[in-house]
Design a protein around this ligand. Sequence first.
Ligand code: F1X
Length: 419
Amino acid sequence: MSGKRKAHSVAEKTARSSDGGPDSGGPRPASERDARVVLSNEPGSFARSVLAERHPALIQQVRDAFPYGPRQHEALDALLEQNDNGVIEPLAPSEPGHEQWSVWGRELFGRSWFDAPFLWAESYFYRRLLGAVGYFGTGPWRGVDPFAPFKRAELRGTAVDEELRALDALADVPADERATALLHAAVRGNRADLGFRVTEGDAAPGAPSEDLVADDSARLQRLLPAGAGVTVAVVADNAGRELIPDLILIDHLLLHRHAERIVLHVKPHPYYVSDAMTADVVDCLRRLADAPGEAGRIGSRLWDAMATGRLEVLAHPFFCAPLPYEEMPGGLRAEFAAATLTILKGDLNYRRLVGDRMWAETTPFADRTAYFPGAVAALRTLKSDVVVGLEQKTLDALERSGAAWRTSGTHALIQVRGR
Ligand SMILES: O=P(O)(O)OC[C@@]1(O)O[C@H](CO)[C@@H](O)[C@@H]1O
């Protein structure tokens, strides 16, 4: 497993010069025609480090976390070998999702994992990992979340205790200030990404160097005036230390009538290590409700909101698909269209929202999200190369820093496109 990645400027120069394409050293293109799809075959690139370092390390962590039998170990060995040196193989016909993945992978099977689009390769890696440990099988490991130990340990940790205790002080802050604080806490919570920590280290959310490269928080709040009786969709990302602040923000929006109803979209099965499923929502609600003080009051209100339907959890299969949101199915599009605002959390959702391409960083966020039904907001810690909507002066300052600002998790953004 690697240590810290080299400063992105080295990797980026390598990546930009390697293919001689529009990204070779010059400014990145804004048009979809020219902005190349992120692949994992660029030497020194972040995407390559994920497949070459993060995935093997993750396989080892999963092996160590469970007393799997010979069958699971053999399947994990095979996945590791494929990931490192082999080619992409289709799911067995007996595997759930075989037909769908046969369509999604028809032009990629037989090619190196590194030559497939990064978004696709990573999504398929997690599907193959679940297959290897029997998650979708008919045996005793069916439905056993291979990432549950990591998510559980994080949720039970003392860091969460401290974050819950801090809510007591926040209870006395004026409501509008509290809203801004909770919005920023939800963004900082996105650093709590267990997959990210496999190679980037244990960066705690809210580190002092946290810096917003774009902040549309005021515009977001203007979209949700009190008493408007609207529905808000929240597309969750990670469980634990990200989902807790997300739920606290949701409670605030419901309590102060910034939303009459909130739909929380989670993953239908384990994904990207710490991505939240319904079981993780329940664990977080229990963690809140069992806590003393303001956290307990929040937990009780959210529990009641679930009972009355003001808070509803949905788990659409599309959230584990290797596709951009531009290709979302009609039913999900209708869900988002019915919401006054859809808030997407996290880095992967951002990549799927704007398109996993090396866009010019100043490409307007509104351009890249024009297809999305209704107003949309992204709350994201930067943990991968894709970024749009930056002002030129912000980009120049970030580039001058020479730091790996795109992938280190030290910077974040709140970007909004109104209706
Ligand atoms: O969506 P999240 O949890 O904020 O981040 C997901 C992530 O850890 O996985 C991908 C690379 O492995 C990147 O999108 C990002 O680094």
